[in-house]
Ligand binder design. Structure first.
Ligand code: F6R
Length: 596
């Protein structure tokens, strides 16, 4: 498996592009944060490189120390795939004056590496990226121009990737290629600088308008009398791609007074729900299908699991929910008159994208529920429903989950049947309520492992709660249907294990409470998250020394998942904080998974 890294590159009339590269890498850090680096041509057009292991801050300090003056450069923040986290493996990779950065994977790199070794090249890293620099350099050696050498090299690669390259003998040329991984190009409003980057977040504050490359495109950025770029499509023909506004604002990519992006994004959940509701104007008519299949990964998958309860109950349509990485590799039977819904915050998750391609090949209708409407999944689907979460920078998805689930509820119930005031109020009552989530997190943080349990629509929230705890606090946490605990997992329960039971006062309340009794009988500890109207029905449970209770405000049963979502997000946040971890950049993760 491989996660996307971040790319930025610049060609300018100015001599200070290192500032732009570093500020963009800071914004891109959520893409990968094992190591980072830049390569640039100095005033004498000599290729220089600075790489550091760790966060972008380390690179920033090294670049400041080196007093970089440059008009052209490329930068990268890495999430390790091929090769460990070392300076040698960090990008850019450099050979004979060619420097490259790369997202994605070169699948045939072993064969190319052998060939290049036989041509006399020696490799200093364990990465697939180094073959790119060497292959371009080897084509230049045969007399080709930088552009022709780049094109020849790209044609030899298999896999999915986004690549940017510079060459010290052609100091006014910046080249990029896109296959599978996203890439965008734009020129600054003052026409002084041009940039190629892996996403609009990198380009925010740098360009107002940008162009997203299409599959197989090569972009050539040139500096002559003026800055310009040309795009060549997969067949090599010069082409035009649509210019779009860069919708990412400074507010989207700054913490705005919050300590972390994750906290800022949790505190946006009520506003995101309101915005998603107000802008929702899709006629999706789920009830006209005989079957709905929902395919996604991670948190997006859990949004799908929640919607199954709603769609089957409200629209009375059968729903399957599948993990994309499994769906795409089995031989799924596609049913007639089915709608296939692909949920993805980023719109770039490769397993979800490939599952969608499989469904399209079978002639089925596909709907993308995405946050990024310029993403690959959005572009390839038959229908798009865009959620209005805004840019999500925290690696753990939070506000997007709220927008996804709300959109799915509107899709099956109809807009007029969904009371956004109640949902907004319900989320706000958690955000602004007098809850000691930090105190509760202190109790959870030393648990040997955690269970999150729930029934009905609380079960998918339990799954989401457990995922958030494990990815941020590194505590092994499992989401389970309450009724399933005694079919095995209860063996794990002892005095060192906390179970978080999601039990609003709905039709499942009594059952979940009796499951917590089974846990208490085995000396387990319980954090019961319920609602105010359940107090009288607890029968002393809240007085048990091994039980902590949180009472959420009562609301319509249909909307409990929203209050519970904000609650479990805050609990995950505070548990990670209590353990002293970086919530925005949890270890081993990055934001979007663009290669399987
Ligand atoms: C968890 C999380 C991931 C993503 C998953 C799918 O907090 O963020 O599990 O939900 O990688 O990503 P998208 O929705 O971009 O397809």
């Amino acid at each position: 498996m491989l996660l996307v890294c971040g790319i930025i590159s610049a060609l300018s009339y100015r001599n200070d592009i290192s500032n732009d590269l570093i500020s963009a890498l800071e914004r891109l850090e959520y893409r990968g944060y094992d190591s980072a680096g830049i390569a640039y041509l100095d005033n004498g057009n000599e290729l220089k490189r600075i790489r550091t292991v760790g966060k972008v801050q380390q690179l920033k300090e090294a670049v400041e120390k080196a007093n970089v003056k440059s008009h052209i450069g490329i930068g990268h923040t890495r999430w390790a795939t091929h090769g460990k986290v070392t300076e040698f493996n960090a990008h850019p990779h450099v050979t004979d004056g060619v420097a490259v950065v790369h997202n994605g994977i070169i699948e045939n790199y072993q064969d190319l590496r052998k060939r290049l070794i036989s041509e006399g090249y020696t490799f200093e890293s364990e990465t697939d990226t180094e073959v790119i620099a060497k292959l371009v350099a080897s084509h230049i050696k045969t007399g080709k121009t930088f552009l022709d050498a780049f094109k020849c090299a790209i044609a030899e690669f298999t896999g999915t990737f986004a690549i940017v390259a510079i060459y010290e003998k052609e100091p006014s040329l910046l080249l990029g290629a896109k296959r599978g991984s996203p890439m965008a190009v734009g020129i600054s409003p003052d026409k002084q600088s041009a940039y190629i980057a892996s996403d609009a977040v990198a380009l925010s504050t740098l360009v107002d308008e940008l162009v997203y490359l299409e599959e197989g495109d090569i972009v050539v950025v040139k500096k002559d009398a003026q800055l310009s770029y040309e795009i060549f499509d997969a067949s090599g023909s010069c082409t035009n791609r649509q210019v779009v506004q860069n919708k990412v604002s400074l507010n989207d990519v700054t913490k705005n007074g919050y300590e972390t992006f994750m906290l800022k994004e949790i505190f946006e959940e009520a506003a995101v729900a309101r915005r998603t509701y107000e802008r929702f104007n899709y006629d999706t008519e789920v009830a006209k299908y005989d079957n709905i299949s929902i395919i996604a990964c991670g948190t997006s998958y859990y949004a799908g699991v929640l919607s199954k309860y709603w769609i089957e109950e409200i629209a009375k349509v059968h729903v399957d929910v599948e993990i994309a990485s499994e769906f795409r590799y089995r031989k799924p039977v596609m049913r007639k008159n089915s709608l296939y819904i692909f949920i993805s915050q980023s719109g770039e998750t490769i397993d979800t994208l490939c599952a969608m391609r499989l469904v399209k090949e079978a002639g089925m209708k596909t709907l993308a529920l995405v946050n990024v409407d310029t993403s690959s999944i959005a572009r390839e689907a038959d229908y798009i429903v865009k959620i209005e979460a805004g840019v999500e920078v925290g690696v753990a998805s939070t506000k997007a989950f709220v927008a996804q689930t709300l959109s799915l509820l509107i899709m099956c119930a109809g807009k007029s049947a969904v009371h956004i005031d109640d949902i907004e109020h319900s989320i706000n009552s958690i955000l602004n309520g007098n809850y000691d989530f930090a105190g509760l997190a202190n109790k959870l943080k030393d648990s040997r492992c955690l269970f999150y349990i729930g029934r009905g629509t609380s079960y998918p929230i339990a799954l989401e709660g457990a995922l958030k705890i494990k990815e941020l606090s590194y505590i092994s946490a499992e989401g389970y249907p309450s009724g399933e605990i005694k079919h095995g997992p209860i063996a794990i329960i002892d005095e060192n294990v906390y179970t978080i039971a999601l039990a609003p006062f709905d039709q499942y309340f009594e059952k979940t409470v009796s499951n917590t009794q089974e846990i208490l009988a085995r000396n387990g500890k319980v954090l019961l998250i319920t609602t105010e109207d359940a107090r009288a029905s607890l029968h002393g449970l809240d007085e048990n020394a091994n039980v902590e209770c949180v009472f959420l405000p009562k609301c319509e049963t249909l909307y409990y998942p929203f209050a519970l979502t904000t609650t479990i997000h805050l609990l995950a946040y505070h548990t990670a904080k209590a353990k002293g971890y970086d919530v925005d950049k949890p270890r081993n993760l990055a934001k979007s998974v663009t290669v399987e």
